[in-house]
Ligand binder design. Sequence first.
Ligand code: HEM
Length: 139
Amino acid sequence: MATDGEEVELTLFEAAGGIVFFEGLVEIFYREVQADPVLVVLYPEADLGPAKHRLATFLAQYWGGPMTYAEERGNPALKMRHFPYAIGPEQRDRWLAAMGIAIDEMDPVPDVRRMLTEYFVMAAEHLRNDQSMRFTGSA
Ligand code: HEM
């Protein structure tokens, strides 16, 4: 696209500020997860450190950064990796609310904010699997 030497195309990863941005985003996101009783019960590990690393490296890779996630985890296959967790509309919306707070606090430039928000709304709905009572044992 950049043909006249004046326009330079950046990946969103670069425009957002690189890995530091995604690590900051995920740090705030998981702070919110930890404070949300509906979300926190979904996370299988008491130590959220490894989950932070997986989400940050995934997002960095998705937006054009290093392929660390693929090297460590292989194909993202996010739909499959979310099957074990009961994600209904409430979980989806709380996840998005937590990420919304993280985006607000990181305060990226408007284009980055818009693209991230559109992506998360789309992806959270895609990952919804609606079986929200699966692990409760109640009807
Ligand atoms: C909106 C887009 C979302 C993205 C991009 C995303 C991304 C990810 C990634 C990359 C992982 C780690 C996968 C792995 O390598 O094992 C993960 C794990 C997980 N996600 Fe999501 N997720 C999204 C939405 C959600 C939603 C809506 C929920 C539930 C409310 C959820 C709950 C979880 C849980 C419980 C884990 C396991 C923690 C872990 O082991 O990393 N995710 N997600």
